[in-house]
Design a protein around this ligand. Sequence first.
Ligand SMILES: [Zn+2]
Length: 343
Amino acid sequence: MKAVQHAAHGGLEVLELVDLPDPGPGPRDVVVEVHCAALNRLDLLQREGPALLPGFRLPHVAGMDVAGVVVARGSEVDAPGLGDRVVVKAGVHCGECAACRRGEDRRCGAVQVIGGSRPGGYAERCLVPASHAFLLPDHVGFEEAATVPTTLSTAWRALIDTGRVRAGEVVVIHGPGSGVSVVGIQLAKHAGATVIVTGRSEEKLERARKLGADHVLGERDPGLVDTVRELTGGRGADLVLNHVGPALFPLSVAVLGMEGRLVHCGTTTGARVELNLPSLYHMGIQVLGAGPQGYRGFADMLAHYWEGSYEAVVDSRFPLAEAAAAQERLASGEAFGKVLLCP
Ligand SMILES: [Zn+2]
């Protein structure tokens, strides 16, 4: 099969289109013919190096968000069947450690990530445990499906499970172009919240408004914090979703009201922040990490999304041989929605 791998860390030039043996399924695996794989920031970070995930090995085939058709399966697999259309959950828990046996797969110490620490969707075929290939409803196409697993898991963990967004609250979401924001805006609106989106690009802010954002504000506007206070009757926001990291950490704290929650689920601008402790304890602000999405609840989360009136946003699609151009598009910061590889 054709695949795009990198055998060393470095720039876009390390990505190479190669011929690899077709994966053969173990007893409980399926082989998915990849129709679409969505790109994620992790692909760029691990291409540049150093690797972030335990168990990462070179050469590496990236691609966590895979949608396609089951074309082979192991002897012990009942479902999905050959020819079934599926979408893949990338995080694979071991199923055998103490945490997994307790049903706490989110704490699995031996988790592997398809496209992160084992071969992923930058390929014509991808090996997946049958338990991690989820059937697609007829009305969901491969492109839409590939936009969903990572963005929905991240936004769901941040806003629903960790942030516990409630109807009537005010949620601030930074960076309107990212896949997490695209889903997050819609999730928060579904939950009955008022959504304020901050960003730099007028065009992206306008698209965020079309996705349901109630207010859009320029991130560099010096009056931004005052505007949030005005929009919230002086209270400040209840919840902030920050997947950008340090660059918007001070702003995130500043727009929160009393006992506001700041949920982090990304570090694209770095890993360290300076905390002003008095502003935290005087205001009772909670700084929270979203944590990984677990296996239990994943199918229900997908069903909620497929049945809801959510809009998947595809920025662009590239053939496998143009993986470098696809990564360049994601790295440019110009994308709105997901960049897809469609082998
Ligand atoms: Zn485990």
